[in-house]
Design a protein around this ligand. Structure first.
Ligand code: FE2
Ligand code: FE2
Length: 473
């Protein structure tokens, strides 16, 4: 068990005090992080007291502390899970050799790229969500939004710790750049597409935390297999926090559906919108949008980068131990490709298809929430089934980018796509309708906006009507 320093400027379990140079460098980065937080974090709530969870250790049964805190005073810390004794490399060309505590020179650039790309998503999502508090459907939801936001801030710390500790001057420069890029800007956008998409309403927020944070889960699972042990240990702890983010998304959508079904039942035409709820076809469109955008985050279906990350032992598959062949040199994966206007199955060397392997795991995991949502719709006596569109639908990256497919994955003409995309993706009138439901925030403890049901339970044994955010204004 590593010792925990929670009273230092930067709470940590990595014995930061023993490396004065590193400690000083991170303590210089800290005020710049706080400046970024105040500028780009939740707008209008920095003085409020929020009932938040703070990581204080990596102990399975007591890693978090819950209390009121002003967000700029949140104790963002550095926590790595305890090392696994005699851990060996689990996949790729170095299979079976001891894991690395320092970075081999030949893998330095690739690892830095992986750490920076992961790190960039964390502040990006905070930026994307910074205005949502102003239209919150309840104090419970407001608190959950901020919980997700502060933890994404801690995930940024996790990656910055690695950059400062293991990548020298380049790493320090990358850590600074993580605070300089801005989601959705022209001149300094965030690295990945989905993290430049505006997240302007709460239905998008729930979809984002369900689908996009789940991409995060799978990237973290793949990185937690890494031969670079500090990366493995830090991502394993990040996964603990990530689970809550996906819970927020899954239960958020469930509560929206619950309310929609209830209000349909009281309307003589079963018209959800007439009752101020979010209709199920619109929810399907938001699923189509955020799911397809999130699928792009896994990278190209055929990727030489993915192959070299796997070969080098830098990034594995989710839960690599479940696979039998950890070398993956002879195996192939069949991937449908577009050839002469038709889909043709082609075999791709498995190492080159590692992004697609991870995407496949993600798709299976995503379906589980839809099954729960559909069960609720059925229980409510409403005849509607939500589906995940084909992984070819609406893609901006990879081999299907820009090629028109309908949600079932059928190749269609450009004309048909143009004529029908508004049926499949949120159109302007859908977006206007969703925003019209969310014009005023609800700050009264226990009260919910009309378009969403109350949660089944509050946070950490507190009742739903608990004052999760104490407004100062
Ligand atoms: Fe994160
Ligand atoms: Fe997250």
């Amino acid at each position: 068990m590593t010792s925990i320093a929670n009273n230092e400027k930067i709470p940590n379990n990595v014995d930061l005090a023993s490396d004065k140079r590193l400690q000083r460098a991170l303590e210089e980065w800290q005020p710049r992080f706080i400046d970024w937080w105040k500028e780009m974090g939740p707008e209008g709530f920095q003085e409020d007291q929020i009932y938040l969870r703070t990581a204080i250790s990596v102990d399975a049964d007591g890693w978090a502390h819950f209390d009121y805190v002003k967000m700029p005073d949140y104790r963002w810390g550095i926590f790595l899970t305890d090392p696994v004794k005699d851990r060996t490399i689990g996949f790729g060309d170095h299979f079976g050799k001891p894991v690395w505590q320092q970075i081999p020179g030949e893998h330095r650039n690739a690892l830095r790229r992986l750490v920076v790309t992961q790190g960039d998503t964390e502040p990006a999502s905070v930026e994307q969500q910074r205005l949502l508090g102003q239209t919150c459907p309840s104090l419970y939801d407001l608190r959950n939004l901020f919980q997700v936001n502060v933890e994404e801030g801690r995930h940024l710390w996790a990656m910055v710790y690695l950059l400062h500790t293991y990548f020298g001057r380049d790493g320090r420069e990358e850590a600074d750049a993580l605070l300089e890029r801005r989601s959705g800007t022209e001149d300094k956008p965030r690295i990945l597409g989905a993290f430049n998409e505006p997240c302007e309403d709460w239905l998008s927020f729930f979809m984002f935390t369900y689908f996009t944070d789940r991409d995060g889960k799978y990237q973290l699972l793949a990185l937690s297999e890494s031969s670079f042990d500090p990366l493995s240990r830090t991502t394993r702890f990040m996964l603990t926090e990530e689970a809550h983010h996906m819970f927020v998304g899954e239960t958020g959508v469930l509560r929206v559906l619950d309310r929609a079904c209830d209000l349909m039942k009281v309307d003589k035409n079963e018209d959800a919108r007439a009752q101020g709820a979010i209709d199920l076809p619109t929810i399907q469109k938001y699923i189509n949008r955020w799911y397809s955008v999130s699928l792009d985050l896994f990278g190209g279906e055929v990727s030489s980068n993915a192959a070299s990350f796997f070969a080098g032992g830098l990034k594995g598959r989710a839960k690599e131990e479940r696979y039998e062949d950890h070398i993956a040199l002879d195996a192939t994966m069949t991937i449908p490709m577009v050839k002469d206007g038709r889909l043709v199955n082609e075999d791709v060397a498995l190492r080159n298809a590692m992004n697609e392997v991870l995407r496949g795991e993600y798709i299976e995991d995503s379906q589980r929430g839809l099954d729960k949502w559909n069960r609720l719709i059925k229980e409510k006596g409403v005849d509607f089934t939500l589906t995940l569109p084909s992984s070819r639908f609406n893609r901006q990256g990879g081999i299907y980018a820009g090629i028109p497919f309908d949600p079932s994955g059928k190749l269609i003409t450009k004309e048909e796509w143009e004529a029908r995309k508004h049926e499949w993706l949120p159109n302007d009138s859908d977006k206007t309708y969703i925003k019209s439901l969310m014009t005023t925030p609800i700050y009264e403890p226990g009260k919910m906006a009309n378009w969403i049901s109350a949660p089944k339970q509050g946070i950490k044994g507190r009742p739903v009507e608990f004052e999760y955010v104490k407004r100062q204004a």
